[in-house]
Design a protein around this ligand. Sequence first.
Ligand code: NAP
Length: 250
Amino acid sequence: MTRILLLGGTTEAGALAQLLAGAGCDALYSYAGRTDAPRAQPIPTRVGGFGGVDGLAAFLAQNAISHVVDATHPFAAGISANALAACTRTGTPLIALERAPWQQGPGDDWHHVADTAAAVQALPETPSRVFLAIGKQALASFAARPHHHYLLRLVDPPQGPLPLPNASVVIARGPFDIAGDTALLRAQAITHIVARNAGGQGASAKLAAARALRLPVIMIDRPALPQRQLVTSPGAVMAWLHHGATDLGV
Ligand code: NAP
């Protein structure tokens, strides 16, 4: 019996859920529970962490999961490492669905950094207006440079004081478009953008807007993950499932 656990929280996971539902697959979508109102899915969903590698391995056994698809965000390195470890331990075939990273093109002024701490260091000494397009979990690191003004774009309104003294907030959920992001950067007089190389269409508009406005982008590269079987399209996951999916992902 095929029973699929889809680790989600991304646009790609939603697209795969549509394909799985359309094909009548027995599949369960898992959300971490980070947003107040996660998008509805066409397959059954569960919400919340599993409790590390041990918890996930136990969940796979208890729920008779035969295949795991890790379609989490490229920067969600913890759950991806846990999925690989739990699948290796239980002998459960695993595939990762991950969108391709963005590539720098003509007219882009990107400054690559390895992580959030390096992005903080890459900001200029002079007071600047910085668009932090990095999600809420990494914001606090920028408190080390309090002389900048930060523009934050968050999915949910913050529930308490922001970790940054000098910040304004826009509440919005992607996908975003170039005209809208160009207008936002102009209206907020943004001088620098800090972005993570998430890839995909939904959040790429800010990069095109930065190119048009000739703004520098401090680009945080993806975290390194252990080697696993990786595809970049939901259709490729369906092909893997249809063709036996015997690879254990290691
Ligand atoms: P993370 O650091 O890799 O994961 C931290 C913990 O959250 C994991 O150890 C796990 O808890 C739980 N978790 C993560 N994804 C889960 C899932 N799909 N189902 C059940 N539990 C999950 O992840 P993160 O960066 O906090 O991201 C959390 C979720 O938000 C991910 O599902 C990701 O796809 C989504 N997301 C993240 C980003 C981002 O920028 N990081 C952006 C968009 C969406 P236990 O150890 O208790 O199992």
